[in-house]
Design a protein around this ligand. Structure first.
Ligand SMILES: Cc1ncc(COP(=O)(O)O)c(C=O)c1O
Length: 413
């Protein structure tokens, strides 16, 4: 029998998948070392030792995995670069696909662009544009896709019914994908979700339950009870570790791949927090890989509602697994200000949570609190908030009479 460590296709090795808490320390270790020990397997290719390493490499999405049948080789190390680490996010891609699911699962990476509106001689702001996804036109397609794909692969659907609480975007992702797979969806929306979005869901064929509760987590109990009653599956983006893992395996890795292609090392990450999936995973990845990276989370100011993000005290899972340097409060008005500032200089109209992220970033830059290469995560596009944009325009637009009056008043002062 050959006992030497070798690199094999990950799919040829079989192991149990554990909860994230079980292997998160190993995950951090492997990222920091940029190297991994092998896993111990038996002659059938089943993992019998170093299960945490198996799980960590699964979460990181390497194409190859180092294996050995000799316990004395477990102290050896293999670099992640040798394991074809970036295989899924590298982009020599003619972008033609066999079905819509591949638009999320294979059309990677989403673009990154330097914003001239926020960059200056000391700071370069790189925006990761996450509206480049097909169903929700938001970052949440990734979560819906990965939760559903894994559930289907593991045969864990209870029936043809899927129920989920969502502030909109995860729901749109789920409904699109579920329609493709011939599944039925029921979407539970908080009172704060946009008024017209109910019609979008209905047009897509989903049932919509609109609640009086103002945030998604308050709906969860009802969703779980209804699902139990109707034998429906709840993928549960609030608790499902795949929400963290998909951003580690793809979003964070893409950013790393993209910046590396430019020879750029990030110094700062800024992102909004809802379930906390994306910011936690991206912060975890970069803080472990590069050590001196700072991470800032953005939440709505007390009393302000910004769709998609909420305050940390409303309860979120993954943010507590990573060190966030500061949580910054931003009001809806301030988010609008940043949206307008960037729209009128860079020409892109970002969504409201993105506006909050950009306001916080501008604040940090204006106060000289950050410098170097800054990554900002833009979860979606501003056109989706047209109901609220109208409110903004109403506030800003004035009639010729109002304009004349304002100028005259000023001149008479
Ligand atoms: C527009 C928007 N921004 C930000 C977020 C927050 O992302 P996460 O749930 O990964 O914290 C969401 C989540 O639904 C969102 O829809």
């Amino acid at each position: 029998m050959v006992h030497h460590m070798r690199l094999v296709d990950f799919n040829l090795i079989h192991g149990d998948l554990s909860k994230l808490d079980y292997y998160i320390d190993t995950l951090g270790y492997i990222l920091r070392e940029w190297a991994t020990p092998p896993v111990l397997i038996n002659s059938e290719g089943v993992v019998v030792g170093n299960h945490d390493v198996y799980n960590a490499l699964w979460a990181l999405g390497t194409r190859l995995i180092p294996v050995t049948m000799d316990p004395s080789e477990l102290s050896e190390r293999v670099s992640l670069s040798e394991l074809d680490f970036y295989h899924e996010v590298s982009s020599h891609n003619p972008r033609i696909y066999d079905n819509v699911v591949e638009l999320v699962g294979r059309d990677m990476p989403t673009p990154m662009v330097k914003l001239k509106s926020l960059s200056n001689k000391n700071v370069r702001v790189w925006a990761k544009l996450e509206w480049y996804h097909p169903f929700s036109l938001s970052i949440k397609d990734r979560v819906a896709w990965y939760m559903l794909k894994t559930t289907l692969e593991r045969n864990m659907l209870k029936s043809q019914l899927i129920y989920e609480a969502t502030s909109t975007n995860t729901g749109l992702g789920l409904v699109g994908l579920a329609n493709f797979y011939g599944l039925k969806t029921r979407i539970y929306l908080p009172s704060t979700a946009q008024k017209c979005v109910d019609y979008v869901f209905k047009a897509m064929g989903a049932d919509v339950v609109r609640s009086q509760a103002d945030i998604t987590t308050k709906l969860l109990k009802q969703v779980l009870m209804d699902a139990e009653r109707d034998n429906a599956t709840v993928l549960n983006q609030f608790e499902n570790d795949l929400n963290f893992i998909v951003h580690l395996k793809y979003t964070a890795k893409e950013i790393d791949y993209q910046l590396s292609a430019r020879g750029v090392k990030p110094r700062v990450i800024v992102g909004g927090i809802g379930t906390s999936g994306h910011l936690s995973a991206i912060a975890f990845y970069f803080k472990n890989k590069y050590r001196d990276v700072e991470a800032y989370g953005v939440q709505p100011k007390k009393g302000s509602t910004i769709p998609g993000i909420r305050r940390i005290e409303t309860g979120m899972k993954w943010i507590h697994m990573v060190k966030i340097d500061e949580i910054i409060d931003v009001s809806l008005e301030e988010a609008f200000q940043a949206i307008i500032h960037v729209a009128r200089s860079d020409g892109i109209l970002v969504g409201l949570s993105s506006g909050a992220v950009l306001y916080a970033t501008k604040h940090l830059i204006d106060n000289n609190e950050i410098e170097g290469d800054v990554v900002v995560i833009i979860p979606d596009h501003g056109i989706k908030y047209i109901e609220l944009l109208e409110y903004l325009v109403e506030k800003c637009v004035e009639t010729p009479e109002e304009y004349t009056e304002r100028i005259e008043t000023r001149n008479n002062k």
